[in-house]
Design a protein around this ligand. Structure first.
Ligand code: NAP
Length: 264
């Protein structure tokens, strides 16, 4: 029988992860099966234990369980510990990890060819996705990292946890300009955008939207400002590749599946 992996979340029906991991397995000659598990909102830990007891080898975790996933493991990677949330469980090692940050940085620096070293970076949002990428952005050499959130105390709490970042409201960004603006909010899912002042994004900005599969108001506004834009599909593929590497010890190629998902 193939080794079993899955994505756990609620909901999960929309996920592209099974297609991505099937392609990784094909490209690397690995024998595995990757499915989707919709866990009850009050039954994440039981769902994980059931999957493990049935021989499951590893899980990706998505909304709304990333914090619970972090609390579940006896071993926590340094990057998951920094993030305080986990998106990858290596069940046979009882290890939890977070691959979102490295996924974002690889997409920006390798797929988009945009170096983050010495850049002035603005991260919008202070939820699980934002938390998960701060460590990797700092490690990639961002000169300045500002975290802004609608609920400002959540951004302030992150600035207390991570040395070298500062917190802001959206309004207080008026007059400021950034090289890279990453939208790690879920506003785009409801066709909304964080209310950032117009100065923030300009013709030389990379405006990165973590949401993928739709043209969000954030992307539309950034395009109008003349910025270079990207959605989060490449991040999705790259974080999946890092999870695959943790599970199988083999790094899968990502370019072809990314192009295929984009319909190229
Ligand atoms: P989360 O923990 O629920 O946090 C949601 C964040 O969005 C909070 O900062 C929230 O602000 C903000 N927000 C929601 N609606 C808003 C609005 N209308 N205006 C301004 N801010 C708003 O969610 P998450 O786990 O961080 O995920 C955020 C997004 O990232 C999701 O859409 C997810 O799909 C995406 N994501 C993509 C990838 C990828 O691989 N591409 C990976 C991870 C996540 P408040 O604190 O003020 O409520």
């Amino acid at each position: 029988m193939s080794d079993r992996y899955a994505l756990v979340g609620n909901p999960v029906g929309h996920s592209k992860s099974p297609r991505i991991h099937a392609e990784f397995a094909r490209a690397t000659g690995q024998d595995l099966d990757y499915g989707l598990i919709e866990a009850p909102l009050d039954g994440f830990a039981q769902t994980v234990e059931g999957f493990r007891a049935a021989g499951g080898r590893g899980l990706n975790v998505t909304l709304p369980f990333k914090q619970q996933a972090f609390a579940l493991c006896t071993r926590v990677s340094e990057r998951a510990r920094l993030a305080g949330v986990a998106n990858t469980l290596v069940l046979d090692q009882d290890l939890c990890d977070n691959t979102d940050g490295i996924g974002l940085v690889r997409d920006v620096s390798e797929n988009l060819g945009f170096g983050l070293r010495n850049q002035n970076v603005l991260l919008l949002g202070a939820g699980g996705a934002a938390q998960g990428v701060i460590g990797a952005l700092l490690e990639a050499g961002a000169r300045r990292l500002v975290v802004a959130n609608r609920t400002v105390p959540k951004a302030a709490a992150l600035a207390e946890r991570f040395a070298g970042i500062s917190a802001s409201s959206y309004e207080a960004l008026a007059g400021e300009a950034f090289d890279v603006v990453i939208n790690a909010t879920s506003a785009g899912l409801s066709d909304e955008s964080p209310l950032i002042p117009p100065s923030v994004i300009h013709g030389k900005t990379l405006a990165y939207e973590m949401v993928y599969g739709r043209d969000t108001p954030f992307l539309a506004a950034a395009r109008r400002a003349g910025a270079r834009v990207s959605d989060g599909l490449g991040m999705l593929v790259e974080q999946a590749a890092e999870s695959f590497f943790l599970w199988r010890g083999v790094r899968p190629p990502t370019r072809a599946i990314l192009a295929s998902l984009r319909g190229a």
